[in-house]
Design a binder for this molecule. Structure first.
Ligand code: C5P
Length: 201
């Protein structure tokens, strides 16, 4: 039996934490699909064409420790607008979603394009200021010297590019459950997500 949970939303809305918590709670496999685009962006920064990089992606690419930087995030959002890059990554994501035992995938287009038949679709969001503050603290903990203002500008630029692109733009599926985590701590957000999923099982 396969059971798919699709979790979409903008940067630093809490998708990753909710996805990991949901996967742990139900014993589902978890795929952070942003990592695929980050790995392609990383290879582009290293000099490859994005289309070739997307076709050549391996498991080692996803394990690279340097994918969580602001530079790679911006590169990811640029390569993610290229239809051939997105097309090269579809089969892998769909196969992952159908694995036996259940799967949770988080990204921007999981409920709309990758898994329109997912049993549960969540769209997780929060105000740009709250998201930027979370990302700022995350980056600062890793030694980044970016200011709050720079992180906010960065998050807004990436969200605009992701929402306005022609290929699989970030948007909620028509039947997605909307979740605003601006005023929720992570335990409350996770509990709410788990309740939605349990109701559909
Ligand atoms: O989620 P994360 O911040 O790691 O994603 C990095 C970038 O990858 C996003 O800004 C977006 O452009 C792209 N992405 C996408 N579709 C997905 C997941 C990520 O276009 N399903």
């Amino acid at each position: 039996m396969s059971f798919t949970v699709a979790i979409d939303g903008p940067a630093a809305a809490g998708k990753g934490t909710i996805s990991k918590g949901v996967a742990a709670r139900f014993g589902f496999a978890h795929l952070d699909t942003g990592l695929l685009y980050r790995a392609v962006g990383r290879r582009m920064l290293d000099g490859e064409t994005p289309e070739a990089a997307a076709l050549a992606l391996t498991a080692e690419d996803l394990d690279r420790p340097d994918l969580r930087t602001a530079e790679v995030a911006q590169a990811a959002s640029k390569v993610a607008a290229i239809p051939a890059v997105r097309a090269a990554l579809v089969d892998f994501q769909r196969a992952f979603a159908r694995r036996a035992g259940g799967a949770v995938l988080d990204g921007r287009d999981i409920g709309t394009v990758i898994c329109p038949e997912a049993e549960v679709k969540l769209f997780v969001t929060a105000s740009a200021e709250v998201r930027a503050e979370r990302r700022y603290l995350e980056l600062a903990a890793k030694g980044s010297r970016m200011t709050r203002e720079e992180v906010l500008a960065d998050v807004k630029e990436r969200d605009a590019r992701d929402a306005e692109r022609a290929a699989a733009p970030m948007k909620p599926a028509k039947d997605a459950v909307m979740f605003d985590t601006s005023a929720l701590d992570i335990d409350a957000a996770l509990a709410a997500a788990i309740a939605v999923i349990e109701a559909r099982m």
